[in-house]
Structure formats: C-alpha cells, structure tokens
Design a binder for this molecule. Sequence first.
Ligand code: SD4
Length: 343
Amino acid sequence: MPGRRKFLQTSLFGGIAVLLRKNISPLTEVEQPFTKGNPIVISTWNTGLEANKAAWKILVANGRALDAVEEGVKVTETSLNCCVGLGANPDRDGFVTLDASIMDESFNCGSVAFLERIMHPISVARRVMEKTPHVMLVGSGAQQFAIAEGFPIEEQKLSPDAHKNYEQWLKTSEYKPVINIENLQKTHGPSTPTGQSGEFNHDTIGMLAMDANGNLSGSCTTSGMGFKMRGRVGDSPIIGAGLFVDNSVGACVATGQGEDIIRISGSHTVVELMRHGLSPQEACKKAIERIVKIKKAKAKEIQVAFIALNNKGQVGAFAIHKEFDYAVHTNTEEKLIKSPSWF
Ligand code: SD4
C-alpha cells in the first residue's frame, strides 16, 4: 500500500513503554515506499526535530529538497545556545570556526570550512555551489566571499555556554574529544569530561530530504569538535566524507569523530553500499563496522554515526555508541528514533 510504513522493532515491551513516554521511538528502520508526492526529511540528533519542521514547510508545499535541507539546518545554526553555529564551543584558541556542506540531486555541491563570524555557513556553502566554479572555500577566502555575497559579519564573541565550557577546558587544556551522545548527564553525571553541562555534547546537524518529485538533497553544518587545534577541519565540509548524495541510489550524512569518517570516505561508502543492494540501515552498519575494525580497541573511545535515505524513501542509521538519535518527518509523523549501535 503506497505510503505504508513498516517498522522493525528491536526492543522489548518495557523498553518501548519508556521510550514512548519520552517520544523516542525504539524503531530502527523506517520504510516509506516511494511514491511521487511522498516526501520525507531526516536529520541527526534531537535538534533535528525542530530543524525538520522548517524543512517540512518547504517539502509539503512541493518545494525542492535542496531548499528544505538548507532552511532546515539554518534553524539549528541560529539557535545560539545550541551545539551548532556561532553559539558552539570554540577551538583551543577561543575562536568558533564553522564547516558546512550541501549537495543536490545532480551532483552539484558546495562547502565552506574554517569559516568565522558568519551565522549561516550552510547558505554560504550553497552560494559556493551556485555562484563559483569551485566546490570548497576555506578560511578568510570563504569569509571574504560570504561578505561579498551580503552575509553580515557577526561579533567575535562566545555564547555564555561556550564561554563557560571554554573556561573549564582551559584548566587542563587537554584535547580529548568525548564521545558524542545525547543524555550526557545520564551517562557522565553533572560534571562531564569537557565541562559541558547540557543534555548533549554534539556539534553538528546533518539533514537528508526527498521532495515530492523524488529528488534527494543533503546538508551538514558544524562547529567541529570543541577545543580542536586552530585550523582543524573535520568531515562535515568534505563531500564524500560528511555528506554524499546520488539521486539514483540515495544519500548519507555523518556525525561524530570527523577524522575517522574521513578515513573511510564515510558517506560515499554508505551510498556505494546501498548501490550494491544494502538497505540504508545495513549500509550504515557496514560502514561503522569498517571504522570499528580500523580503530580496534580505540573504537571504544570514539563516536561516529551515519544516517541514510535511499531513493525509495527508506531510512536507516547506525552508530558506534548508543545515545545517538535521529529525527524523521513524513506526511504522517514526526519522531525521534534511537539508532542501533555497535556497542
Ligand atoms: C567534526 N563530525 O567536525 C564533526 C563533529 C560532530 O557532533 O559531528 N559532532 O568532526
């Protein structure tokens, strides 16, 4: 039946009851057989719920998936107390530096890296895609381009949360990324390894959408790992690592330890696995397995998660560690899904 969703349940009844109370679904695979006019948007982490709403407004009005994934993640970039954008944790020198990428249904793509003092790196990435002969601009060149395109230059100032986290981090000045998870306090207690006091310690939103014409697009925007070396760039702005879209197969976006996502060209790998017949869920799992094998015992210390959407409208995800959620919005439901994980 068109539009029918099939849910694969992986939890016991008790677990389901708890999760439903929290509006977190235990379901691990959503299948939405593609029919024209049946759009879908998915995004990483619980911040994806709000971002999906903005994307959905565009999809439901028969807009392009490309517009949806740009507008969606802009919501997260704007929320200054959040994990993404100018409100996020700085690098070890105390500056917030941003990376973003966007890709449409025709292999058009654009990205920015090491961009400072611009509120919406995702929109600058789109301008790079649409207005330059290049795919990627970085640092002062990216900022110069953004200003020339009319993007306002923002004040150089840490958000109150980021300021507090940075002060705390300076006490040891040790770069030791903590595993990106949600429900941080549940796992670490009130004093978390980097001093972060909120419910989560992730720094990224990745979003994938299919519009009413069956076209796919994706976006990814991040402040990168907090307290990174100045000039460090992660996977998010690297097409094929943080994000990849092939309209004839599917799309994938990544979050977590960027260095280890780059190592296996993560998002491209997931799309290639789907091309060879794996479901989005299986493809994400296989790519995670590859990272776990490479990292050996160190896999316990890092988080990586992939979410994927194929061109039939099926979605899936897989993470190294638990406490990775992703948000799904279809024409009948909006929910947070708990991703299955290696550990
Ligand atoms: C990075 N992948 O810069 C990003 C970080 C991230 O949640 O996803 N944090 O490596």
